[in-house]
Ligand binder design. Structure first.
Ligand SMILES: [Zn+2]
Length: 73
């Protein structure tokens, strides 16, 4: 079975959608369906898991760094 076909059939996010959702999830709360679809994709896709870890790491690092911090507290 082709991966593209599998993704469509089971309504799995594409890597592009998943990476967008990962970025969005850092800025806003995802809905339960979005979270589920992202979860399924991340279970299937090592590349996006890595991307998600990097994003979370960068975001955490940036928060601590005054240069990249959004708020001036
Ligand atoms: Zn992916």
């Amino acid at each position: 079975m082709k991966l593209q076909f599998f993704y469509r059939k089971f309504n799995v996010l594409t890597c592009r959608q998943a990476s967008q959702m990962v970025s969005q999830s850092l800025d806003r709360e995802l809905g339960p369906i979005e979270r589920w679809r992202l979860y399924v994709h991340l279970r299937l896709c090592q590349a996006c898991r890595n991307f998600g870890n990097q994003m979370a790491f960068l975001r955490k690092a940036a928060r601590k760094h005054p240069l990249f911090s959004d708020h001036d507290d």
